[in-house]
Design a protein around this ligand. Structure first.
Ligand code: S3P
Length: 446
């Protein structure tokens, strides 16, 4: 049975977002920082690590495979790497909670080990498609079992070796690409992955930071197995996917002027900025710099009147996690916004097309869900209260919960959102940080 969350957000309507803030560390980069430092030689010192449940699940998994890890303490982590072949068998299944990134990347990293592992997760993760990783891994010689429907638990059996492979990904997925590159570290010969559209390249960048040679040519990325990673220092930038809620919030709330500090602006992640700018947003990148191999900037965002657009399909993989927030921008924009080519949204932590359409309808917005996207007609947002016919249901999806919290800035009445506990997975402290800059949100625990 689905686990029922006991956390609700209650949002007082109106307000504006003002001031400066640093959102927590990047989730994708935090996961990779633990995975790569664990299999590196020597110590890695990480700062800015995201202390959210997803990245902590990855950290706990490596502790259980014999890696000594100090922290996290205020984002600081020290990992004593055990080398490519130094992991040891955990004493039971590795529980990865809500985290698809942990499960998909670990399936690749563990496919070539000399011990068996079982990967499990929560009700949402257990529904998500895993054949996209297990099938290509099997083609490399891995022995991995899914359920009959291609979902977790994943049972990984030891193998004596994996073979390098040339793989053309059918979906644009950084998780699949990263999974196969991590398996490729343990494979004989070369592993090359070609992507149908650019996806986040944090794995490639970080492998390079650990001194591992990665060759990228156009849409194809290759590495050769059997090398070594050397521990290093890593600085995790603030997560643009968490900043996205405030980019939208400050755009839609009148009289807003907000600066988000040290946000990662990797070109494979900036779809949210590109799309908001096409809608008319006032977003300025200040003091662009490189930190730990990743581009970073402070982002100033001020209120703007947004207009509906047809979202270019080439921006979809670059904004894949930001559509819940972008749908709120569309609901507050003048005219119609159309998203297509985004069927992947149906297999995220929830079915983000259906769940967002339901929540927008609850607020009185015309939102037509489609197989691969959504049509939204901007309008006036109403209210949503359990006592008055229903709160919005976040379905345990962190980004849905935060998106509707931000919608409160333009709602005509209070907005109540239920099943918000998983906000912890990517953005611990969201409600207090957001209320500190002007969002009238408070947490109610049942
Ligand atoms: C991620 C890749 C994306 C994204 C997820 C994190 C990653 O998933 O949605 O939140 O860290 O590689 P897909 O690669 O499946 O699109």
């Amino acid at each position: 049975m689905a686990q029922v969350s006991d956390l609700r957000f209650l949002v007082t309507p109106g307000g504006s977002l003002q001031g400066r803030l640093r959102v927590p560390g990047d989730k994708s980069i935090s996961h990779r920082s633990i995975m790569l430092s664990a299999i590196a030689e020597g110590e890695t010192h990480i700062t800015g690590f995201l202390e959210g449940a997803d990245a902590l699940a990855t950290l706990a998994a490596f502790r259980r495979m014999g890696v000594e890890i100090d922290g996290p303490r205020e984002g600081e982590v020290r990992v004593r790497g055990v080398g490519l072949r130094g992991l040891t068998a955990p004493d039971g299944p590795l529980d990865l909670g809500n985290s698809g990134t942990s499960m998909r990347l670990l399936s690749g990293l563990l496919a070539g080990q000399s011990f068996a592992t079982t990967l499990i997760g929560d009700a949402s993760l257990t529904k998500r498609p895993m054949r996209r990783v297990t099938e290509p891994l099997a083609a490399m010689g891995a022995r991995i079992q899914t359920t009959e429907t291609g979902t977790a638990p994943l049972g990984i059996e030891p193998v004596s070796s994996l073979s390098g492979m040339q793989y053309a990904m059918p979906v644009a997925s950084a998780q699949v690409k990263s999974c196969l590159l991590l398996a490729g570290l343990y494979a004989d010969g070369e592993t090359c992955v070609t992507e149908p559209a650019p996806t986040r390249d944090h794995t490639e960048r970080m492998l390079t930071a650990f001194g591992y040679s990665v060759r990228t040519q156009g849409s194809r990325v290759c590495l050769t197995g059997g090398g070594r990673l050397q521990g290093c220092r890593l600085r995790v930038p603030a997560d643009i996917s968490s900043a996205a809620f405030f980019l939208v919030g400050a755009s839609i709330a009148p009289d807003s002027d907000l600066t988000l500090e040290s946000v990662g602006i990797n070109p494979t992640r900036v779809g949210v900025i590109n799309i908001l700018r096409l809608m008319g947003a006032d977003i300025e990148l200040i003091d662009r710099r490189i930190e730990g191999g990743e581009p970073v900037a402070d982002i100033r965002v001020r209120s703007a009147s947004l207009k509906g657009i047809r979202i270019p399909e080439d921006q979809v993989p670059l904004a894949i996690d930001e559509f819940p927030a972008l749908f709120i921008a569309a609901a507050c924009a003048e005219g119609e916004t159309l998203l297509t080519g985004a069927e992947e949204l149906r297999v995220k932590e929830s079915d983000r097309i259906q769940v967002m359409a339901d929540g927008l309808a609850r607020l009185g917005i015309e939102a037509e869900p489609r197989a691969d996207g959504m049509r939204i007609v901007g309008g006036t947002l109403g209210s949503a209260l359990a006592a008055e016919g229903g709160a919005i249901d976040a379905h345990g999806d962190h980004r849905i919960a935060m998106a509707f919290a931000i919608a409160g800035l333009r709602a005509s009445g209070p907005v109540e959102i239920q099943d918000c506990l998983n906000v912890e997975t990517s953005f611990p402290g969201f409600a207090s940080l957001a209320s500190g800059i002007g969002l009238g949100v408070r947490e109610v625990r049942a």
